[in-house]
Design a protein. Structure first.
Length: 382
């Protein structure tokens, strides 16, 4: 049985993965578990961003996917053969993604890409597949970019940032919200998120004030004035949010911070994030304490295979793998790339243990947006 080592200082532990670009061994959480069976089955490839900025997102998502595939293989795999779950390691750059995709371009056993993570990598995979004219299904990517046009071989099943922001702001707007602050953790985050945030805020009739860290988020948190909006939308990762909220602790005014799906609230609390400022985080999956079948299966499988607490990001990875498997299982005839792509292109509605996938006119499925929040005693509730 494969057990995941505990770690509380997430990016301290994950920094070792940054050595991948220099040819170092993959971190333990990126290495495959035990394979069930000896005969070769199909290969499902997963493109993962191991760059320092994305490791906390990729780690959880990959653990969830790996747990699902190991459980599937333990129960007989696909057509009685094990599914080979291949992790394609990248540093998030277009060149590394191109090199990763080259590894499977001419491998007929690799019939699908599943659960590309994180957001920018998922977008780069789409463009690289188009440029290379590689016809392979790209299923359930962690694609947060709501402005990207979806092509005929990409199948997003998670709500993008536009749906997440709209959900969070609509929830707050019933409280009389008139203005909103947008806090960008870096120049890159501002470039990625700004247009979506401005468009959504304008559509909701909200006055928007934007803030950029300038390199020290704790200082930014301390420098906010009484005129700063009480509700702040944070665009960045978990360590950055922890740092920002530590600065907010110096403020006398009560504020509420809204973060998006890349943030892990449990880890933020462990890293010393504030307990005096309520943090609300959106997530495009059911709550991890939900009783629906796929969440129950996820919690049981994670507890059995990994020494990690259940969190929304690994639940998303688990659902990504389960959705891919459900469609593969229904394919009639040989499991080839062509047949697999054709089956996904039907965009049939699929019920993944209570998580419903139903594509709209924009070729996206966004069934779920839920929220969790921190309490004054450091608990995370949903």
């Amino acid at each position: 049985m494969y057990k995941q080592p505990k770690n509380k200082k997430r990016r301290q532990f994950l920094q070792g993965a940054a050595l991948l670009a220099a040819g170092a061994t993959a971190p333990l959480w990126a290495q495959p578990g035990k394979t069930v069976g000896n005969s070769r089955g199909i290969t499902v490839a997963q493109v993962v961003d191991f760059s320092l900025a994305q490791q906390d997102v990729s780690k959880d998502f990959l653990i969830g996917s790996r747990a699902a595939w190991q459980d599937i293989n333990a129960k007989g795999g696909l057509r009685g053969k094990p599914v080979q779950h291949l992790t394609l390691e990248t540093d998030g750059t277009p060149a590394s993604i191109r090199a990763a995709l080259d590894k499977i371009k001419d491998d007929p056993s690799c019939v699908v890409l599943s659960g590309s993570v994180g957001d920018q990598v998922a977008g780069h995979v789409i463009s690289q597949l188009q440029q290379s004219r590689t016809e392979i299904a790209h299923t359930a990517p962690w694609l947060q970019n709501s402005s990207l046009d979806i092509d005929q071989q990409t199948f997003p099943i998670f709500a993008a940032r536009q749906q997440q922001i709209s959900h969070a702001l609509k929830t707050l707007s019933v409280m009389g919200l008139k203005e909103l602050g947008a806090v960008y953790a870096s120049d890159a985050d501002q470039a990625i998120y700004r247009s979506d945030v401005e468009r959504i805020a304008s559509g909701m009739g909200l006055k928007l004030l934007s803030f950029r860290s300038g390199g020290d988020l704790a200082v930014l948190g301390q420098k906010l004035t009484p005129a700063t909006p009480a509700v702040l939308l944070f665009l960045g990762g978990t360590p950055e949010l922890a740092q920002f909220t530590q600065g907010l602790d110096k403020q006398a005014r009560q504020r509420y911070v809204v973060a998006l799906a890349d943030v892990n609230l449990q880890t933020m609390v462990q890293m010393g994030g504030t307990r005096s400022t309520p943090i609300i985080a959106t997530q495009p999956v059911p709550l991890i304490k939900s009783s629906i079948p796929v969440v129950r299966a996820y919690r049981e499988t994670l507890a059995r295979l990994f020494d990690e607490p259940p969190v929304p990001l690994s639940l998303a990875g688990f659902i990504a793998a389960r959705y891919t498997y459900e469609v593969l299982r229904d394919i009639e005839g040989p499991l080839t790339r062509q047949h697999t792509l054709g089956e996904f292109q039907r965009r049939a509605s699929v019920d993944v243990g209570g998580f419903r996938v139903a594509f709209d006119a924009q070729r996206r499925s966004a069934t779920y947006v839920t929220q969790s929040m921190t309490t004054a005693d450091g608990r995370v509730i949903g």
